[in-house]
Design a protein around this ligand. Structure first.
Ligand code: SAH
Length: 347
């Protein structure tokens, strides 16, 4: 028996095409999209303005079901981490991060990660597979529903969960267009951020997409040598080439990039590092997010002291780099940056 397709793998034009192929009026596609992405129904039966016949046809052809929620943890600060089980028993994590002015979902793009950064929990168990557009979108639908329960509408999406979004580029882009589609979730492109460990060809590809989404680069090293040690991807896409690609992206899109920079005691948080960054960022106007290292037991890095963190930030400011310190959210439930690790939770 053929496995049924997940209807959330169909873009709006694809669904329209299917709907007309079965002799239905094309506006039905808009209704179906609205039920799925705006009214958050989890079954075709719930699509009350469709004929019984159409609902039956859709159910014969497609699946539309929630992810299995295997665990849900709520931190003191309201950050909520979901562990979802997929059909093939892979597990993924998704985090809801409520804040004063925004409610953000942190989305996973792959089951596991193959990039093996030497400070990140996600890479420890290796990589299994890419997530489909439907699996990406369904994470967001769950969090949207959860956010609504708290009377906090979901406003921002960040692809900063498990996996490397640019290693799953086509599925990512399809999902993003559906999130952005006014008939779909209708979330503005500027509220969607994709974070990459530095996959240069895809930085170039994104510049050509004419999408107004935000790009974040996980830089973490301050020069080629330090980045080689922390991020194996740097051997393939070296520091200077990455910075050149970022300059190209900024030039072509006229958009800013956010750089993420991890603060590891005596490694990335030194005077030498600040000086090297000054050199690397000459002429670049950007935002820089300083992320104090969140301890992961497999690595023996240390988090700098508060004083060291502020000193580093002030040094960068002096050098003309606008840097802000990212406060960790959901630390007590391992929901903070780099702490997502579905493999361990699945034991
Ligand atoms: N693969 C993408 C998406 C993951 S984003 C990327 O690398 O950008 C997750 C962010 O958390 C990245 O900036 C990552 O470098 C950072 N991070 C990973 N482990 C961390 C840790 N232990 N402490 C603080 N930040 C960490």
């Amino acid at each position: 028996m053929n496995k049924k397709q997940d209807i959330r793998d169909l873009s709006f034009p694809e669904l329209e095409k299917y709907i007309s192929s079965i002799g239905e009026k094309s506006y039905r596609a808009a209704q179906v999209f609205e039920w799925i992405y705006q009214k958050n129904v989890w079954s075709f039966d719930g699509m009350k303005n469709l004929s019984r016949d159409l609902r039956k046809k859709l159910a014969e052809e497609f699946v539309l079901k929630p992810h299995r929620t295997q665990d849900k943890q709520v931190a003191k600060d309201g950050t909520t981490k979901f562990l979802f089980g997929l059909d093939d028993h892979e597990k993924i994590e998704t985090v809801l991060i409520p804040a004063k002015t925004r409610t953000t979902v942190c989305v996973s793009s792959q089951a596991g990660c193959k990039f093996g950064c030497k400070f990140c929990a996600s890479g420890i168990g290796g990589w299994t597979r890419n997530l489909t557009p439907a699996e990406i979108l369904t994470q967001i639908l769950h969090v949207k529903e959860e956010a609504r329960k708290h009377a906090r509408p979901l406003s921002h999406i960040v692809f900063m969960g498990v996996g490397e979004p640019f290693d799953n580029y086509d599925n990512l882009m399809k999902a993003i267009r559906m999130i952005n589609d006014e008939k779909g979730m209708n979330i503005g492109a500027r509220r969607i951020t994709v974070s990459t460990c530095g996959v240069i060809p895809k930085i170039r590809a994104l510049a050509q997409e004419s999408l107004q989404i935000e790009l974040a680069i996980s830089l973490h090293g301050f020069d080629n040598t330090s980045r080689n040690v922390l991020m194996p991807v740097n051997r393939k896409y070296p520091f200077d080439d990455l910075m050149a690609a970022c300059r190209g992206y900024i030039r072509e899109t006229r958009r800013q990039i956010t750089f993420e920079y991890i603060l590891i005691k005596d490694v990335t948080c030194t005077k030498e590092a600040a000086r090297a960054l000054k050199k690397a960022f000459r002429g670049i106007i950007c935002k820089m997010n300083l992320i104090p290292y969140n301890p992961v037991s497999e690595f023996d890095h240390k988090t700098p002291t508060r004083q060291e963190i502020y000193l580093f930030r002030d040094r960068l400011k002096e050098f003309g780099i606008h840097a802000t310190i990212r406060t960790p959210r959901g630390r007590d439930i391992d929901g903070a940056c780099g702490q997502l690790r579905h493999a361990e939770l699945s034991l």
